[in-house]
Design a protein around this ligand. Structure first.
Ligand SMILES: [Mg+2]
Length: 275
């Protein structure tokens, strides 16, 4: 009887760990976008069966470039939760693509039609700027810049207005079922999607093939907080532009280092917590 109990406990303790992670400033260095210092740790986790799913405001091509650099085809969520790609890489019964957003053109059409001109004029689209200015804002050049602007579901912009104007804009957008999401460098005009919703969608689908899961979420900025809040073990990578007292998440693990080292630091803490 005792043996059966022990076997039961051991079996019960077995879960698959899913890590949903932001990229820029969390897993990738905020300025250089490098992650060489933790690449071996990442590969080690993956070889042990941990499922890592980048969940980023980056575009599909940008995350594919990241996968190429890593040398592993990770499933991923791009453009702030707009689309999930490559779940079939984990299990062939899972879908290859789940689109959760309207197309960029449709979003823009609604934006142009419904947002008053005085507010629209305060929104400076990154795509309309000179290449020099785009580089300055996004910290990217040539092909990397081109890949970052190759968006299907979201429109990066800078808002030049008072807080009051921005609140007004947010209110109108909400009625249109649109969102304006703060990223590390720009705002993104998106459909009514976010990193948390897409994460929860993936978890729901994944649980059809495997019930015992533990969810770790890693982020460094405001647009990651809801994702962190919706996970089992929220992890924040230190970011000096982020005020820690604004987190307001129970049991959030916080790294001392910034990305990329801070990523392995919090993930190790999270995995110890699970064991
Ligand atoms: Mg980030």
């Amino acid at each position: 009887m005792f043996i059966i109990y022990v076997v039961f406990v051991l079996m019960k303790k077995k879960y698959t760990v899913l890590i949903f992670t932001d990229l820029d400033g969390s897993l990738l260095h905020r300025d250089t976008f490098k992650f060489d210092n933790i690449v071996n740790y990442l590969k080690d986790l993956i070889s042990k069966g941990v499922i890592i799913i980048p969940n980023s405001s980056k575009t599909e091509v940008e995350i594919l470039e990241f996968n190429k650099e890593l040398g592993i085809n990770l499933p991923y969520i791009s453009e702030n939760g707009s689309v999930v790609n490559g779940l079939n890489e984990i299990n062939s019964n899972l879908p290859e693509k789940i689109i959760l957003s309207r197309d960029k053109e449709e979003i823009l059409k609604s934006f142009k039609k419904e947002i008053p001109e005085n507010l629209r004029n305060k929104c400076q689209m990154i795509s309309k700027m000179s290449e020099e200015k785009q580089t300055k804002i996004l910290g990217l050049t040539n092909n990397d810049l081109h890949n970052a602007l190759d968006r299907k579901y979201s429109i990066p912009l800078i808002f030049n207005g008072k807080k009051e104007d921005k609140n007004n804009l947010l209110k109108i957008l909400k009625n249109l079922n649109l969102t304006l999401q703060q990223g590390g460098r720009v705002l993104n005009l998106c459909d009514n999607v976010n990193k948390a919703k897409s994460m929860l969608k993936v978890i729901k689908i994944y649980k059809k093939i495997e019930k015992n899961v533990k969810i770790i979420a890693v982020g460094d900025n405001y647009n990651d907080l809801e994702m962190l809040r919706s996970s089992d073990i929220p992890c924040l990578v230190f970011n000096d532009q982020f005020k820690l007292d604004e987190i307001n998440i129970n049991n959030c693990l916080v790294s001392k280092n910034s990305a990329p080292e801070g990523w392995s630091e919090v993930v190790k803490m999270a995995l110890e917590k699970i064991e």
